[in-house]
Ligand binder design. Sequence first.
Ligand code: ADP
Ligand code: MG
Length: 354
Amino acid sequence: FDMFVLAFVERVFRPTFRKDDFALGKKLGEGAFGVVYKASLANKTNSKVKGDLVLKKATEYGAVEIWMNERVRRACASSCADFVYGFLETSPKRKGSEYWLIWRFEGEATLADLMLSKEFPYNVETLIVGKVQDLPKGLERENRIIQTIMRQLLFALDGLHSTGIVHRDIKPQNIIFSEGSRTFKIIDLGAAADLRVGINYIPKEFLLDPRYAAPEQYIMSTQTPSAPSAPVATALSPVLWQLNLPDRFDIYSAGLIFLQMAFPSLRTDSALIQFNRQLKRCGYDMVAWRNSVEPRASPDLRRGFELLDLDGGIGWELLLSMVRFKARQRTSAKAALAHPYFDREGLLGLSFMQ
Ligand code: ADP
Ligand code: MG
């Protein structure tokens, strides 16, 4: 059965919404490209959509974000927040129009919120397993929690990348803890690129967050011809994917998140920016960076290295395979999931569980 027919049938029979259906709650975020609110259905009768929702009112980039969310829902739903509906809202009163995007409200906390807490990573452990572990507090236990978070993040990324989507804005603020599934999910596909069908093909570098961005400015070589702007499938794109490995851009960002989880002192914006400067000075060589900071490391930094050095240094080795200058030399999400770092028991006791 044809994918496009399925998509069409789903589109026709899914409930549709319009502006007046929603009651707006508190503001959750505001960026250059839109405002995000907690919301609910104003008229709750005869609707299958229950519970709290999230509403994003977006500018022109909302069109791309709706496309990405529709595609994720059909291809790799568990990777991202549960998308409900998206539409163009034209207001006759105000000039122009805006895109409205609706998701289910996944939970109160992003990974950024959780990492801000002094309790991190123990606050995440309680969220994921819902009980206190019998293992004593310490490096071993923290490593297990961080390992579980990394596995969930890489699993979500592998879903996106296998679908042909590069996120391009992977950072703790865009990773939400879903209270329903007790897993981390990716949000904010506003800067994402779907390379297999040429959506948002020309990179919008100005959308990228410099704190988590890989050193390459352009995820595709600037020499590659510009792709069609309409959602027309091209046979060329998978080849370009192989040539340029654009998914490795997200892997670099995920590596920096791994680093920040291991080193509490690198969790602030200013510390991350300083780290980026140091790494650049070291030619993006993590081993050179380690050699430069370890001799005069603070107890906190020393503890981070100790965590990554557990089990023969497999955590450090995974980090090295993600944070590399050349995209080609970085591991893929799928290969990272098969790394020995994930062989040992995670939080849930079963290493194959998410
Ligand atoms: P932007 O970064 O463009 O403002 P996001 O899509 O990242 O927009 O959403 C902003 C914030 O809203 C997030 O950081 C998160 O706190 C919250 N949020 C977004 N989507 C959800 C969701 N599905 N469930 C719960 N909270 C969400
Ligand atoms: Mg965001």
